[in-house]
Design a protein around this ligand. Structure first.
Ligand code: SAM
Ligand code: SF4
Length: 326
């Protein structure tokens, strides 16, 4: 379906939980989270139904996210059911990778063919510091497993934060050189107004590229599956690629094709805007599929032309990233 700005909206990001086994400083507060609990969260049957309705409206791609999607019980069943929806051509997931190695086989069997694994540092202590509880080794095993299973593509998401991991940019580029990994460098976004959010930590994509160019020749890459907002480059002579996502310095709203479904059943047509359509209430009130389809259409119609995220430092958002589904 085409929105008010001529964009074809066919990509649904589905958050299946607001729970997480990590507490990344830039995404979640350490305490006082008060997850939504079973009653306020959509059941997986409801999620499946809503994806079916979305498919009828024209959505073709689904990404599962969270919180951490792999902590949601029976996720594999949801993936399998989603893979059975004829109109859905592509199913992907964004995960912190902690549980991925153990679950990868069944996820692949269920229909997950590709994965994005978030990783911001390759140093044990820094990993523990930024995630407040995770083990880097578990994520490494997850990445290895995704490669062993020939998931394609396997993408690594690195949020670049000055003073924290900007000195590891070349180490991450090395990963893309030596392995068939697509490493995406993402600008730090002011979502959630957490103590860690400081504008000085933002590193522009231009500066990130300059660092990589000190060691590597960047060649424009062919389109990589699900390439979305990232601009990809091959590293000359290397196996994988590097991608750059610049929500702030060069926002990509003009080509944005996505809508988000939060774990508590709200349709959110822009990551940064609080305008939401309440699908959970609609389902509870017994609305039929055609009426639900109308609500999807309403969210698409209301999708803002662009976000104003660069003015967002220090501003309270109603939701933090783990509650929206990044
Ligand atoms: N738990 C999963 C994970 O970490 O991949 C999925 C949910 S997480 C909210 C999705 C993505 O959002 C991750 O890649 C994470 O690094 C990114 N993210 C969270 N807060 C961010 C921020 N303030 N700026 C940029 N990216 C952020
Ligand atoms: Fe959890 Fe992902 Fe947020 Fe980290 S970025 S706290 S892993 S939801």
């Amino acid at each position: 379906m085409i929105d008010g700005y001529g964009r074809n909206i066919d990509y649904l990001r589905v958050s299946v939980t607001d729970r997480c086994n990590l507490r990344c400083k830039y995404c979640m507060p350490e305490e006082g989270i008060g997850d939504l609990g079973h009653t306020r969260i959509l059941t997986l049957e409801q999620v499946h139904r809503l994806i079916q309705v979305a498919a009828g409206v024209g959505f073709k791609k689904v990404r599962f996210t969270g919180g951490e999607p792999l902590v949601r019980k029976n996720l594999v069943e949801l993936i399998r059911n989603t893979a059975n929806i004829a109109e859905i051509e592509d199913i992907s997931m964004t995960t912190n990778g902690i549980l991925f190695a153990d679950m990868a086989g069944e996820l692949k069997q269920g229909g997950l063919t590709r994965v994005n694994i978030s990783l911001d540092t390759l140093v044990d202590e820094k990993f523990k510091y930024i995630t407040r509880r995770g083990k880097l080794d578990d994520v490494k095993k997850g990445i290895q497993k995704a490669l062993e299973l020939n998931m394609d593509p396997v993408k690594i998401n690195m949020v670049v934060m000055k003073g924290f991991n900007d000195n590891e940019i070349l180490d991450f580029a090395d990963l893309a050189y030596h392995y068939p990994l697509h490493v995406r460098f993402i600008e730090f976004m002011p979502i959630g107004n957490l103590p860690f959010h400081k504008q000085e930590r933002v590193m522009s994509i231009e500066d990130i590229q300059d660092i990589i160019k000190q060691e590597y020749v960047l060649l424009p890459a062919e389109k990589i599956k699900g390439s979305g907002p990232a601009r990809y480059y091959q590293l000359k002579g290397g196996q994988g690629s590097v991608g750059f996502i610049s929500p702030l310095s060069q926002h990509f709203c003009a080509s944005c094709n996505r809508i988000r479904l939060t774990a508590d059943g709200k349709l959110r047509s822009c990551l940064y805007h609080n305008r939401e359509v309440d699908l959970k209430l609609a389902v509870q009130n017994g609305l039929g599929d055609e009426q639900l389809a109308q609500l999807f259409k309403k969210a698409i119609r209301n999708k803002p032309g662009r976000h104003e995220m660069s003015n967002g430092w220090g501003i309270e958002n109603e939701r933090k990233m783990f509650q929206i589904g990044g």
